[in-house]
Design a protein. Structure first.
Length: 628
């Protein structure tokens, strides 16, 4: 049989030969059994009936002989002289029996079947002994005179003027046996005819029943293989029809249960597979029962393609799949101790990830049958904790220098430096400079906090690229000329406008220009370039400054992070400019990236989406800002 089951249709191809063989085998077994039982019944019937008939026939023969004997002895022979005895036995034998007249000494006086003078003495015959002793005797034995089996009846009587005589009557047993044989022939003939008729009818009925049983067998096989199509409804009302209806109900219930379980299993698998938390289950033998994609990614398991990793790892020992000692230890503790175990693990070597691992035993009754582990990614939480600690440390460090300077010079002034007019003015200018630095730092922190808290309000309108770049160039040009830097811009005047807040976009570009001026040595070059590419405007600020090491390029947009901390502080930077620029650009739905080579300068590029409002929204129109 070939069985294919899909969502839309079910195809079943069945070979009829096995079912036919089964039905034939069942038919012949039943037929042979019934035939043997029937033959045994006939043999037993033949044995007992034949014996009974034979006994009845013998009893009837004895009764007939007794009647003839009683009638004969009432008319005894008048004389024992020949030929009177022979005539008398001849008269007696006219009833269809053999008659023999025997004297008291056993000598044969007359016989209807032979010459009495040539016969031996019959005194030792059993029927003669019984008749002489009790008056009547019976026997069934072989006759030496006739050479056949006979039924004998001997009666003792007295004749007139003579001693006791014995009349023996006999009937050949062959007549009795022929009657029995006739009965047996009629019995076996009738039985054979009944056997043929009943066998034919039984064959038709059994064929019908066997076909129905074959359909039940085929249906049960289909159900075992997952095909739950019902059987045709039968018209009869017997037990097989009730069984067929019961099997149909059972199959329908199984189909519903399996469909429900399959849907629940698929739903559970889909939920587990789509979870961001890694989930893995092992049995008591530490073999993998289930792993979702997140667990593979978290534990760094490699076992084939994305869709085959779970199937490739299932039923394999966990030590062959998982090579992280801390995770293996948590699994073993949960299995051994029977209690929930929690821990924190770090995976990966180049890009590490932190996970909160929870391993709990799976119980079935009092025994532990396995363990389940859930990995919750806490990398971002740990990063934020580190960022918070770094932020506190950096803010404290940034505030410490100006506050120490203000405190020190203020104490100097209070201790008498106010009397020296020239020194006091110089000390006040230093205090004022550090106060300004604290003000800038506080303002940048408040601005960054508003941006990160989502409280930044954007007054969105189509903004020409020149309105973003030109004011920033004018602001930067004085400082660039002071350091001897070449400041130039290169962009087409017909660039499409960018939807956004012109003030905030100018601030982002200004921070990039200030950063370029700060880290470009005298005689260097700063270039601002803009172009429209595939639905967005790319605005780049490149310099020929000191450059950024490759290891620091991913962190330059963090708060207070400086590739050259000493020089940044000397120039009055707060370490928040690039972080503010990054958040402002992302608030407009764009992104910022850096390309740099140590000693050869850096290029910061802003990508700002043009959006559907480009060139169509009037000045001052609103566009909802994306979440920072």
């Amino acid at each position: 049989m070939k069985h294919i089951r899909g969502n839309a249709m079910t195809v079943v191809a069945v070979s009829e030969s096995p079912a036919g063989k089964t039905r034939n085998r069942l038919f012949w077994k039943t037929a042979v059994l019934c035939l043997c039982l029937l033959l045994l019944m006939l043999l037993v019937l033949d044995l007992f009936v034949a014996r009974g008939i034979r006994a009845e026939v013998r009893a009837g023969a004895f009764s007939r002989l007794e009647a003839l004997a009683h009638m004969a002895v009432r008319v005894p022979p008048q004389s024992l002289r020949p030929p009177v005895p022979r005539e008398w036995v001849g008269w007696v034998s006219s009833g269809g029996v053999r008659a023999t007249l025997i004297g008291a000494g056993g000598e044969v006086l007359a016989d209807t079947e032979g010459d009495a003078s040539g016969m031996e003495n019959h005194r030792d015959r059993p029927e003669i002994r019984q008749a002489i002793a009790s008056g009547s005797g019976r026997a069934t034995r072989h006759s030496d005179t006739l050479g056949q089996d006979l039924v004998y009846l001997a009666v003792r009587f007295a004749a007139a003027g003579e001693g006791p005589l014995v009349l023996r009557l006999s009937v050949p047993l062959g007549r009795l046996d022929s009657a029995v044989r006739d009965f047996r022939r009629r019995l076996w003939g009738t039985s054979f005819l009944m056997l043929v008729l009943i066998g034919g009818v039984s064959l038709l009925l059994f064929r019908r029943v066997s076909n129905r049983i074959g359909r039940l067998k085929e249906f049960s096989r289909r159900v075992a293989e997952g095909d739950f199509r019902p059987m045709p409804v039968e018209r009869s009302n017997d037990e097989l029809a009730e069984l067929s209806e019961s099997l149909n109900r059972t199959a329908a219930r199984l189909d519903r249960s399996i469909r429900t379980l399959t849907e629940e299993r698929n739903q559970s698998s889909a939920i587990l597979a789509s979870m961001e938390e890694g989930v893995a289950v092992i049995d008591s033998g530490q073999r993998v029962v289930y792993c979702n994609r997140a667990f593979f990614d978290a534990a760094g398991i490699e076992a084939g393609g994305e869709g085959t990793r779970d199937a490739g790892c299932r039923s394999r020992p966990i030590v062959e799949v998982l090579h992280h000692p801390d995770l293996l230890a948590l699994f073993r503790k949960a299995l051994a101790g029977g209690e929930t175990v929690r821990g924190e693990v770090v995976t990966g070597s180049v890009r590490t990830r932190s996970y909160a691992a929870t391993a709990a035993p799976v119980r079935s009754g009092p025994s532990t049958t396995g363990a389940v582990m859930v990995l919750h990614d806490i990398t971002e939480i740990r990063r934020l904790e580190r960022a918070r600690r770094d932020f506190v440390a950096n803010v404290s460090h940034e505030f410490r220098t100006p506050l120490a300077a203000i405190q020190g010079f203020a104490e100097t002034l209070l201790e008498g430096a106010l009397e020296d007019r020239e020194d006091s003015r110089r000390f006040v200018r230093i205090i004022h400079a550090h106060a300004l630095r604290l003000g800038r730092l506080t303002e940048d922190l408040l601005k960054l906090a508003r941006i990160e808290a989502g409280r930044l309000s954007l007054e969105t309108s189509p903004v020409a690229v020149s309105r973003i770049i030109d004011p920033c160039l004018e602001t930067t040009r004085m400082e660039a000329d002071r350091k001897g830097l070449v400041l130039e811009a290169d962009y087409a005047p017909d660039l499409p406008p960018v939807p956004g807040d012109v003030r905030l976009l100018q601030e982002a570009v200004q921070n990039l220009l200030d950063n370029a001026v700060r880290y470009t040595p005298p005689g260097g070059r700063i270039r601002v370039y803009a172009e429209a590419v595939r639905g967005e405007v790319l605005l780049s600020v490149s310099d020929t400054g000191i450059g950024i090491p490759r290891a620091d390029q991913q962190r330059v947009f963090e708060r207070f992070y400086r590739a050259d901390a000493a020089r940044s502080r000397e120039s009055g930077g707060t370490g928040l400019g690039l972080a503010i620029a990054k958040h402002l650009v992302e608030a407009h739905g764009g992104c910022i990236r850096v390309e740099s080579e140590l000693g050869n300068g850096s290029t910061f590029t802003l990508s700002l989406p043009l959006g559907p409002a480009s060139g169509t929204t009037p000045e001052g129109g609103g566009v909802s800002p994306p979440a920072p």
